[in-house]
Design a protein around this ligand. Structure first.
Ligand code: ARG
Length: 402
């Protein structure tokens, strides 16, 4: 059994109980490591330290990974227009690999022989934590106390009181929520009935479209090599673009996703997400690619995108196929430069204009006006040969056969 474990610490009830539980039951020293990917507010740092210390951690650290998360993970997901099953921008799935990188690094610094997480046995996150850990350091053990301890939420609330861990938790929690700068994932409660419409109360990043401003507005997003670099002509870091865009887009009631998805462990699960900035950025990026990518590259990329989204979802961020597919995507992004004009209306966000200094749109080829220089005479023979095989079939065997 491990002697010292670095625990992925959220500061919530389960991971706080896990600190003391690991010491008492598995005789393990616990280092609490909270990795900030946009879910921790400045005011929460003190409470996180206080709880981890009260629970008996031998060390506590809060690591600010916000810029790194944006620059090394979200940028690549965006270049690949990553949407799992065509809808979910992989909010939780993308955060796990950066969190694990820090856990593994922390284990090295603290001389730990294991990392730990607070995921249940039914979800995807256990897969992501464990697969990434074993790829990054095959010698580390992975501990998953919540998967084995058999405690209910009420038991945990009781233990927190008994062990003097300062935590405001109630025995009943309506939703399970995971969030970071790419969006929020909401599960449980009434949402477990896939026929029930999601109530308004769990949403914090998006307004209902009926409360959106009635005046439409426009946002101009600038991209270089497929990565957002400016908003309305003002250069900004990727992280600040993601953060500021979320508020603007969310206020118009755009960014909600309601779906039943396929978990890696074989369960169909009803999930509700709110992802205003990630969905707006993907939409803009896809639109810019429409003008910048050569046709065959664009078509092949769509196939690769589906695979990348599945790999991210299934915990394979650090697997060798992932870096090979990302190399393909990076190559496609070399000329994805330019601007996209997004329009916001209540409940809607859509592209109304795009321009690119490296784009492939050729006005003289496209126009029906006077400066048309398309070679019309080339078309007749091209079209005849294009359909020749099917025409031959039709004469002999098909609908044209007598
Ligand atoms: N279903 C999402 C995923 O697997 C979100 C998981 C975490 N969600 C939660 N509400 N705790 O990526």
């Amino acid at each position: 059994m491990a002697q010292r474990v670095v625990l992925a610490y959220s500061g919530g009830l389960d991971t706080s109980i896990a600190v003391r539980w690991l010491r008492e039951n598995w005789d393990c020293e616990v280092v609490c490591c909270a990795v900030d990917v946009g879910q921790i507010t400045a005011g929460e740092h003190e409470a996180i330290h206080a709880r981890a210390n009260a629970a008996g951690a031998v060390a506590v650290e809060i690591i600010d990974a916000r810029d790194e998360f944006a620059d090394r993970f979200l940028s690549k997901a965006l270049q690949a227009n990553s949407l799992y099953e065509g809808k979910y921008p992989l909010v939780s799935a993308l955060s796990r690999p950066v969190i694990v990188e820090h856990l593994v690094d922390s284990a090295r610094r603290h001389g730990a022989d294991a990392v730990g997480h607070g995921c249940t046995g039914k979800g995807n996150d256990q897969v992501r934590f464990e697969v990434s850990t074993r790829i990054l350091n095959p010698d580390l053990e992975v501990l998953a106390p919540t998967r084995e301890w058999g405690l209910t939420r009420a038991d945990c609330v009781e233990l927190a009181a008994k062990w003097d861990i300062p935590i405001e938790a109630t025995a009943e929690k309506i939703y399970s929520i995971d969030e970071n700068m790419w969006g929020r994932a909401i599960e449980c409660g009434v949402l477990e009935n896939p026929w029930s419409g999601a109530p308004e109360d769990p949403y914090t990043l998006t307004r209902s479209s009926k409360d959106a401003p009635s005046e439409p507005t426009e946002i101009v997003l600038g991209f270089e090599q497929g990565i957002p670099v400016s908003v309305d002509g003002k250069a900004m870091t990727l992280r600040s673009i993601i953060e500021s865009l979320g508020e603007r887009v969310g206020s118009y009631g755009f960014g909600r996703v309601d779906m039943v998805e396929n978990r890696r462990v074989g369960i169909k699960s009803r999930e509700v997400y709110e992802c205003p900035s990630s969905l707006a950025l993907i939409l803009a990026h896809q639109d810019l690619e429409g003008i910048c990518l050569e046709r065959d590259v664009a078509r092949e990329k769509q196939r690769v995108e589906i695979r990348i989204a599945e790999m991210i979802y299934d915990g394979m961020w650090h697997a060798p196929l992932m870096s090979a597919l990302q190399a393909f995507v990076a190559d496609t992004q070399r000329h994805v430069n330019g601007e996209v004009r997004l329009r916001l209306e209540p409940g809607r966000c859509f592209a109304v204009g795009r321009r690119s200094p490296t784009g492939l749109y050729d006005h003289n080829l496209a126009t029906y006006g006077n400066d048309d220089n398309f070679r019309h005479e080339d078309s007749a023979g091209f079209v005849r040969l294009w359909g020749l095989s099917a025409q031959t079939w039709s004469r002999r065997q098909g609908p044209g056969a007598k």
